[in-house]
Design a protein around this ligand. Structure first.
Ligand code: AMP
Ligand code: GLY
Length: 426
């Protein structure tokens, strides 16, 4: 099988690493990839949003399967683009079509969907310039803090959590007047839910589904979950509090109604669904859906997958997923992200990375790197993700941190407290 992976982060490196071990792989390409993906396949210099160039490449290289990593091309309809073209419509696309990707592409769509199918989520109201007054009064009916969400994709910055009512009302107006461009022409106001978050992933062929191991990511830049939001600073899988009853509730109250709801609504969803959940007094609520795998959750979930990923992809495209076995490693996987100093604000690039060859018994997934002759340079805010296994979380973290310490680049930063909150939950 010839496979093309779209994307350039740690998620795409982890998926490509896994695909490269499949008994079915012939050629593996990654567009545009990074210095790490080039070690498990061949990088191709094509932008993930250049659908025509991607199609031409797929024809030229006789690609059988395309895995789409980031949400952008999915929400913009790469799957529909391929399906509408005779020359490439036979290619298996691992990711939902444009309509199905609305679960991530429009918060209003996702909320309506959840309401219709009785899926537990925060109370909400969708506001545009037409019903702004209603929005102001809805805010008054809620308790602080206040949650405002731009309806469309806003590069992970579209959610505001505000302490005072006044601030929330001012921000609502500013969002509706274009703070996030078209993405905030509609704003979803939500009740604030208090609890611990976790991410659950499902792969579906539109008929059946398989649940992958859950994970918890650490989004804030600072220790103790403080400071600015980032793309993710580390992850742990499994999550102790998810054991037993909680995941059953997630399956019965959230996953099954979502898969059924998609079918009922005639939405053909094939690919991964990311359930961003919050545990409120031992009951799961959906904070968000994403139409893709999470990053850095993928860097702990995919290494735990024992089964052949391409067989699962085949199950998705032929709608025979129910006949496939999915097996997982019982050990705990932990990941720590090494980032460029200054991230998520201004940071430098092109710093030389050393020590990668000294890593022992951990995996290193590249997130933002590039090759420069024999050297590997930093090329983004999130640079490298170090993942290890252990028989428990503490052993696993010990190994991860031991190896993180062997890797150096100028102004490297990482959180030293990944997993800090899980002990008490256990
Ligand atoms: P999202 O982009 O929807 O994942 O939101 C970003 C982050 O905002 C989430 O990971 C949560 O930490 C927080 N958040 C979003 N919605 C809510 C809510 N209704 N209650 C509490 N926190 C929320
Ligand atoms: N780790 C959260 C995300 O991928 O959106």
């Amino acid at each position: 099988m010839n496979v093309l992976v779209l994307g350039s982060g740690g998620r795409e490196h982890a998926v490509s690493w896994k695909i490269s071990q499949s008994s079915q792989i012939d050629k593996l390409f990654i567009a545009p990839g990074n210095a790490g993906t080039n070690q498990v396949g061949t990088n191709v210099d094509i932008d993930v949003d250049d659908f025509e160039a991607i199609r031409d490449f797929c024809i030229e290289q006789k690609i059988d399967t395309v895995f789409i990593g980031p949400e952008g091309p999915l929400v913009n309809g790469i799957v529909d683009f391929f399906q509408a073209d005779k020359a490439v419509k036979h290619i298996a696309m691992i990711g939902p079509n444009k309509e199905a990707a609305q679960l991530e592409g429009s918060k209003d769509f996702a909320k309506k969907f959840m309401k219709k199918h009785n899926i537990p989520t925060a109370k909400y109201l969708t506001v545009t310039n037409e019903n702004i007054e209603e929005g102001i009064s809805f805010l008054e009916s809620l308790k602080a803090p206040y949650v405002l969400k731009a309806d469309g994709l806003a590069s992970g910055k579209g959610v505001l959590i505000l302490k005072s009512l006044k601030e929330a009302q001012t921000e609502l107006k500013s969002m509706l007047s274009g703070k996030f461009g078209d993405a905030s022409a509609k704003v979803v106001i939500e009740e604030f839910l208090k609890g611990v978050e976790l991410s659950v992933f499902v792969i579906t062929d539109g008929v059946s589904y398989k649940i992958l191991p859950e994970a918890k990511d650490y989004k804030r830049i600072g220790e103790g979950d403080t400071g600015l939001n980032t793309g993710g600073m580390g992850a742990v899988s499994p999550v102790p509090f998810a054991a037993g009853g909680f995941i059953d509730k997630v399956e019965n109250q959230i996953i099954i109604p979502t898969i059924k709801g998609l079918k009922t609504d005639g939405i053909d969803y094939r690919g991964f669904i990311f359930f961003g959940l919050i545990n409120v007094k031992n009951d799961p609520y959906v904070i968000e859906y994403n139409c893709r795998l999470g990053d850095p959750e993928t860097e702990v979930v995919i290494p735990r997958l024992k089964s052949d990923l391409l067989e699962l992809f085949e199950g998705v495209s032929s709608q025979t997923l129910s006949e496939r076995d999915v097996e997982f490693d019982d050990r705990v996987a932990t990941a720590v992200m090494m980032v460029s100093g200054g991230y998520p604000e201004k940071y430098d690039k092109e710093k030389s990375i050393s020590g990668l060859n000294n890593v022992f018994d951990s995996l290193v997934f590249h997130a933002g790197t590039k090759q420069d002759g024999p050297a590997i340079l930093t090329d983004g805010g999130r640079v490298l993700c170090v993942t290890s296994f252990g028989k428990n979380q503490f052993r696993s973290l010990e190994k991860t941190y031991e190896n993180v310490a062997k890797i150096t680049f100028d102004k490297a930063y990482y959180r030293k407290d990944i997993g800090f909150d899980l002990e008490e939950i256990q």
